[in-house]
Design a protein around this ligand. Structure first.
Ligand code: AMP
Ligand code: FES
Ligand code: ZN
Ligand code: ZN
Length: 321
């Protein structure tokens, strides 16, 4: 049996919690947490993520990334800006209830108020309904794709209606590198330009979006949760599709390179932001107001209202059959 020998914390000499390549040594739980918080703070300052932000809404799913995000943001800026958490109850059997518990506990621990939007109550359907309709071939979009549209719409609508200046989500460094690489390979320039730490509002009904964990990896948020004993949901979403082959191969290769060359992911994404994206001359979409709900849309009716109509119709047909 291999016994792992933990060194002492390079900063204070107490028992080490984990090896940190940037320090070429071990850090204890407290100094590891400070190291991650400092990384987020540098990113927030370098990219002006909180420029003009007095009231910030944080989307908390109960997963390790958004729970860490809430903890870090409230620790760093809780005294200076108003921070509120939002949990969207998507009506996914078992998973939504467990996630909501974790999100609520995380908010209490961070000293932040949390609000819940229940999609069944607000819009009359759940992601479970969408999954069943998809299985019965009554709608063509898989539940995870429906879920993405619903979450984006609600986070934005809630923020705009309640007067928040920005919405923060827990997308991390691994999300950024994987999405960016896939977008480059598949030529999805429209999506590539969205892989930035801050997307400014371009419409009065669109909130600025920020992603303060953009330089923090999966492994780092996993350890941050352990170091701070944060509550996170244990179960996983039953509708999460297996990763696409291209995406998982690319993510695996990126991890391999990071193992050989620590800092590779940060270099890739840093160069994308500073050197590649500024060269791409992609005009931002022109937005108008959705004829049904009044939220920003590129067409007459926004993607959420179109989706809602499709699901509601399919559900009412089912009831009458
Ligand atoms: P995902 O789309 O599941 O990868 O989640 C990306 C980010 O969206 C998370 O880190 C959260 O900030 C936010 N988010 C996801 N699910 C929820 C939810 N149910 N309620 C509130 N925010 C969420
Ligand atoms: Fe949205 Fe799984 S969390 S479908
Ligand atoms: Zn220490
Ligand atoms: Zn609409």
């Amino acid at each position: 049996m291999q016994v792992q020998i933990m060194g002492k914390c390079k900063i204070c000499g107490s028992p080490g919690f984990t090896y940190v390549p940037e320090y070429k040594g071990y850090l204890c739980k407290e100094h590891y947490s400070r190291f991650i918080q400092a990384k987020v703070d540098r990113c927030v300052k370098r990219h002006g993520l909180l420029r003009g932000v007095k009231r910030l809404l944080v989307g908390v799913s109960g997963g390790k990334d958004s729970v860490s995000l809430l903890h870090i943001l409230s620790h760093l800026y809780g005294g200076r800006i108003e921070i509120k958490a939002l949990f969207i109850n998507l009506g996914i059997p078992v998973y939504s209830a467990e996630s909501m518990q974790a999100a609520a506990k995380a908010a209490t621990l961070a000293g932040v108020d949390i609000d819940v939007v229940d999609i069944k109550e607000e819009y009359g359907f759940t992601i479970r309904d969408a999954a069943e309709l998809f299985l019965e071939r009554k709608i063509s979009r898989p539940p995870c794709s429906v879920c993405g549209t619903v979450k984006r719409y609600i986070l934005n609508k809630y923020a705009v209606e309640k007067g928040f200046d920005a919405v923060a989500t827990g997308h991390n460094l691994d999300d950024f590198t994987r999405f960016s690489a896939v977008n480059i390979v598949t030529g999805m320039v429209k999506d590539l330009v969205k892989q930035v730490p801050r997307e400014d509002s371009i419409h009065p009904k669109m909130a600025t979006r920020i992603k303060p964990l953009c330089l923090v990896s999966n492994e780092e948020t996993r350890k941050y949760v352990l170091a701070n004993d944060l509550p996170v949901v244990e179960s996983s979403c039953p509708y999460k599709p297996p990763p696409r082959k291209l995406s998982s191969l690319i993510a695996g290769k990126i991890d391999e390179i990071e193992g050989e060359i620590p800092g590779f992911k940060a270099m890739f994404i840093g160069n994308l932001w500073s050197k590649i994206l500024p060269m791409l001359n992609t005009p931002r979409e022109q937005l108008r107001e959705c004829e049904l709900c009044g939220m920003p849309s590129s067409g007459k009716v926004c993607s959420f209202c179109r989706l809602r109509e499709t699901i509601t119709k399919a559900m009412s047909k089912e009831r009458f059959l």
